[in-house]
Design a protein around this ligand. Structure first.
Ligand SMILES: [Zn+2]
Length: 306
């Protein structure tokens, strides 16, 4: 079981979550509520169990997990509360987008293919949203001004579930535009949107988790942890790859896919060891006069950091 779990965990939790979401539409009477229920009652318990049972890197856990008190502290004080916030955030975003999509028609004859099977509509929604997410994320790495904000996300020294929540609020708004505005413009229906936000919620938590995951050929579809860990590498040549949020397909199309299969990522984080580590320091960091995210000579001497 322990050998199979890295391959099965993400696909099973995702498929189970989607079926649960679908099955809740009728009893709940309102698709906007389903993502809340799926994230809180399905995804979070699975994340807690899997991070405890099969961690990717022991040193990325704060506790040794060998003392009951430590384990309880880790599970219920440090882990559960931020996870709840993350789940509630996804639920709110889903509800707001669904409300706009149902109540506001911006132009007549919205071209969304409502007659397609739900699974195809979900796939189309993912591919479309991922295109915008890919470019916002890629520009965040390549445009100096945007990188100042995105550096906050990359400042973590280890990868675990909480990194999924570590974004500067300015960037959070930019990132949500490609996964809300096109859906509202196209008139995507509530069921598809609920399934989309369940997918992105489950994927996001797994992508940053400290769970031992192996996806095999699915790594050519999903932007999962094996690929995303290289995106958090301290080596800039490695971190400027794998921009995908849920899917990796646009990285394959635009040539930024990166998967060295013979090794795991080495060090995680930013080059500057003095980057602020506290919450308010990080909120202010993008506006700091000095460039805090990379060494000052990076622009003139990039090969030094290859
Ligand atoms: Zn990034």
């Amino acid at each position: 079981m322990q050998r199979l779990m890295p391959y099965m965990a993400f696909p099973l939790v995702l498929i189970g979550g989607l079926f649960l979401c679908y099955g809740l539409f009728v009893p709940l009477g309102e698709p906007a509520i389903a993502p809340f229920v799926v994230m809180l009652l399905w995804t979070i318990p699975w994340m807690l169990l899997l991070e405890w049972w099969t961690p990717f890197r022991r040193k990325w856990s704060e506790s040794h997990n060998d003392v009951l008190t430590d384990t309880l502290y880790l599970l219920f004080i440090q882990s559960l509360w931020p996870r709840l916030l993350s789940a509630v955030w996804i639920g709110l975003l889903a509800s707001a987008t669904i409300w706009f999509s149902e109540n506001i028609t911006l132009f007549a004859g919205q071209p969304w293919p409502h007659e397609w099977p739900l699974v195809l509509q979900l796939t189309l929604a993912l591919v479309l949203a991922e295109f915008g997410r890919y470019w916002v994320h890629r520009w965040a790495h390549e445009v100096s001004l945007l990188w100042r904000f995105h550096a906050v996300h990359h400042s973590a020294q280890r990868l675990y579930w909480l990194n999924a929540a570590r974004f500067h609020p300015v960037e959070k708004i930019l990132l949500h535009i490609p996964e809300t505005v096109p859906f509202i413009l196209l008139g995507v229906n509530a069921e598809v949107l609920a399934l989309y936000f369940v997918t992105t919620g489950i994927h996001g938590l797994f992508q940053h988790s400290n769970i031992r995951l192996k996806l095999g050929p699915l790594n050519y579809i999903f932007a999962m942890a094996e690929l995303h860990r290289f995106h958090h590498s301290k080596i800039i040549r490695e971190s400027n790859t794998n921009y995908g949020n849920n899917l990796i397909i646009w990285d394959l199309v635009f040539g930024t896919f990166y998967w060295p299969k013979d090794r795991d990522v080495a060090e995680i984080g930013l080059l500057n060891p003095d980057y602020p580590k506290d919450f308010t320091g990080q909120l202010k960091a993008p506006f700091h006069k000095a460039k805090l995210d990379k060494p000052a000579d990076y622009a003139s001497n990039p090969e030094k950091y290859q």
